[in-house]
Design a protein around this ligand. Structure first.
Ligand code: ATP
Ligand code: LTN
Length: 330
């Protein structure tokens, strides 16, 4: 069976973009693939975190994934720092990654600009080498496919390049993975700034629908979503980014084509109402299940420990292969 791996950072709160671009595909893929999903807490350390908050949000993100339908009986769900093979392989990959390739990563450019203009002005070296750790996450499991949002395309190309270079230099070691970027929902935009992607690290959360937002808040955020003044409901991302984003969201949630959906609306008001309703219908059961997991953190920790053990068995095997091929003494 083909292997699928993906990861999500435990920073901020999981949002509708994460869900539509990634998590719901993770859930669907459990039926036909051998799936491994990881809460990438070591990646979160690339920017300074409050330790208590990091601990809490790592558990919370795992609970959101379980509530969204990740089933620990079918998928392996674990926390990155529980499997020490990840940072170990990351170093070996860094030594086979080109400095120039890392420098060209747009996420690094964006995040380092953000960090530089932030209150501390501090850009960590980890932010720069971040893609090597992501490559290690993926390559440690002989992964065939990586379901991610559109923003991760470049990191996946980087992962493939490093794997191929390593294989050329040291002999067949890694499976070269493919990105799986969904046809709908791969790039959900901020409701207030519809030319920016919906993000956890936006200045305010008024443009971001959080999976744990209450229903009233979701309605309000959609009602206040930025549109435009021409009044026509039409799917046209370049000319009408706000309206098109609402159509993309409604289309992704209800499995319909955004262009076709547009013809069913004459005004922005009903489009917003339908979008809010569809989101709420999708999110409500996730929130209900989340409350159950939230009430029993020990159970989540137990599931994550089982996941880490399963993941480590595979990771240890691939790391040993890499070390041997590199010439590291057994
Ligand atoms: P940030 O929002 O701070 O940039 P992030 O949400 O991109 O962080 P993760 O939480 O690790 O970082 O992302 C988890 C998954 O969600 C990734 O596969 C990513 O591509 C996807 N994703 C993130 N934002 C969006 C979005 N706006 N639309 C679609 N998919 C997204
Ligand atoms: N870089 C990703 C998160 C991530 C990931 C991974 C995704 C870390 N390791 C492995 C897929 C596979 C992000 O910022 N969204």
């Amino acid at each position: 069976m083909s292997r699928v791996f993906s990861g999500i950072q435990p920073t901020g709160s999981t949002h509708l973009g994460n869900y539509l671009g990634a998590v719901r595909n993770w859930v669907d893929m459990q039926d036909s693939y051998d799936t491994i999903y990881c809460v990438v807490d070591l990646h979160a350390l690339t920017v300074q975190q409050d330790p208590a908050e990091l601990r809490a949000s790592t558990l919370r993100v795992a609970q959101v994934l379980l509530a969204a339908g990740i089933d620990p009986d079918r998928a392996t769900l674990f926390v990155q720092s529980h499997v020490h093979e990840h940072p170990e392989l990351s170093w070996m990959l860094e030594c086979n990654a080109a400095f120039g390739d890392l420098r060209r990563m747009t996420q690094f450019k964006d995040k380092s600009d953000q960090a530089e203009s932030g209150s501390s002005g501090f850009v960590s070296a980890g932010l720069f080498t971040y893609p090597a750790l992501m490559a290690a996450d993926i390559l440690l499991y002989d992964t065939d496919a990586v379901p991610v949002g559109d923003d991760q395309r470049q990191h996946l190309e980087f992962t493939r390049d490093v794997a191929e270079r390593f294989n050329n230099r040291y002999g067949d070691t890694f499976v070269v993975p493919e990105a799986f970027i969904p046809p709908a929902g791969a790039r959900i935009m901020d409701l207030q700034h519809p030319t920016n992607k919906m993000s956890k690290s936006a200045d305010t959360d008024s443009g971001t629908i959080l999976l744990l937002d209450d229903m009233k808040k979701i309605e309000k955020k959609i009602k206040r979503a930025v549109t435009d003044t021409d009044g026509e409901v039409r799917f046209d991302v370049a000319e009408k980014p706000g309206v098109s984003n609402l159509l993309s969201i409604l289309g992704a949630v209800t499995d319909q084509d955004p262009t076709e959906l547009a013809s069913g609306f004459e005004q922005y008001g009903p489009l917003k109402a339908a979008t809010a309703e569809a989101i709420i219908e999708r999110i409500r059961p996730i929130q209900e299940r989340f409350r159950e997991f939230e009430a029993d953190p020990a159970e989540t920790e137990r599931l994550l420990a089982i996941g880490a053990e399963k993941a480590q068995q595979k990771a240890a095997e691939v790391l040993a292969r890499a070390k041997n091929n590199l010439g590291l003494l057994p």
